[in-house]
Design a protein around this ligand. Structure first.
Ligand code: FAQ
Length: 330
């Protein structure tokens, strides 16, 4: 089912992603053939030859993506019981369940590259592996959950529709399926935001305040500016990333700023410029949050650690397939 590789968990995950040394020791003939396949638009499959750095970069990126989905279920998940009305509860529950399902697809895709799911989860709960900055902020009100479903899903779709055309087969196939589901989430989120933005003054204020809170993290969501991004160059060369961080951020601004204005909301960004360089997010805040210092990092990981602990007996039971079961008396 999975690939033929094994990655030593103690090995350094990836280099800075730059410089000639990342390809040191690779067979030049195999490397040239691999790069030619990528140029021809062929998919690389788990058992195909690939440079070690390609494998390690993919594991890093897919694993972080999987963690983001599973942690991303938490801020919206807290609103399931409080969503206004039965239909919205039902829709939110389905969305959150989808996000966890996306994590499962992505962990499976990353496993094809030789890292076990246990090692990935362990790296998440010990804080070794990153996940998306946005999920380290609290969803204070129902409007926060609506902004997440509309604009974070919108950002995710921009990123994933592009990368679904990338070079690694299992990741692209997972992204295709994920994007289909995310497009429902986007419509659900937009519908909720429209309801609030066209509602009472209290509802309009609530959704504007939520937008104000989420705008800076959403600007960070696409990654650091291209000038300081460490992995973009090699990932674009190998068609893992199909657009740079700044290009994706710009695409989001082009598509969603007009839609936000249409709803009579204000974009809370004094650095926003049309037809000049995009916006200029606060990169110190970004670095603080992705390195564990955001408002909810500790809480998010504590929840995952707890889930891991409580689910241990299920995993142990599944592993003990030959165990004899007690025949029920009735
Ligand atoms: N947050 O060199 P780059 C979703 C790190 S799915 C945290 O530019 P790269 C669904 C980066 O890892 C959301 N860390 O990195 C949903 C690296 O650190 P490292 C997730 C970030 O990989 C919706 C360092 O900064 N989507 O939302 C972030 O070339 C609603 C240098 O950065 C994906 O994961 C960040 N935002 O580009 C769920 C998509 N950005 O590893 C629930 C796949 C950067 O060296 C509710 N991933 N870093 O220690 C990607 O496309 C890329 O990995 C980027 C970053 C674009 C995120």
């Amino acid at each position: 089912m999975y690939g033929n590789a094994y990655i030593d968990p103690n090995e350094n995950p990836v280099s800075s992603g730059k410089g000639p040394s990342i390809l040191e020791g690779e067979d030049p003939v195999l490397l040239a053939e691999f790069e030619a396949r990528i140029q021809r638009g062929e998919k690389i499959e788990p058992k195909d030859w690939m440079p070690r750095e390609y494998r390690k970069q993919l594991i890093r990126m897919i694993e972080q993506h999987a963690h983001s989905e599973i942690i991303g279920a938490l801020p919206e998940g807290t609103w399931i019981t409080r969503a206004p009305g039965f239909k919205r509860k039902l829709a939110l529950m389905a969305k959150v369940q989808d996000e966890v399902g996306h994590a499962q697809l992505l962990y499976s895709a990353a496993e094809t590259l030789g890292k076990s799911r246990e090692d990935m989860i362990n790296d998440l709960i010990t804080g070794k592996s990153k996940y998306s900055n946005v999920f380290n902020y609290p969803a204070y009100t129902w409007a926060d959950a609506c902004i997440i479903a509309w604009l974070i899903d919108a950002g995710a779709i921009i990123n994933q529709v592009a990368n679904a055309k990338g070079s690694y087969g299992p990741y692209c196939r997972a992204l295709d399926r994920i994007c289909t589901e995310e497009s429902f989430h986007l419509k659900y989120g937009h519908d909720n935001v429209v309801t609030l933005a066209t509602g009472t003054p209290v509802q309009r204020k609530m959704v504007q305040e939520a937008l104000n809170r989420w705008w800076p993290p959403i600007m960070h969501f696409f990654g650091p500016s291209d000038k300081i991004s460490s992995h973009t160059e090699i990932l674009m060369r190998w068609k893992v990333k199909m657009a740079s961080n700044d290009d994706m951020r710009q695409q989001f601004l082009n598509m969603y700023v007009p839609k936000i204005w249409d709803l009579g909301l204000t974009v809370p960004d004094t650095n926003l410029r049309k037809n000049e360089e995009t916006t200029d997010p606060d990169w110190d805040e970004f670095k603080r949050v992705i390195n564990g210092g955001g408002p909810c990092n500790a809480e998010r990981l504590a929840v995952r650690r707890d889930a891991e602990e409580r689910g241990r007996w299920v995993r142990n039971a599944l592993k003990a397939g030959s165990a004899k079961y007690v025949v029920p008396l009735a």
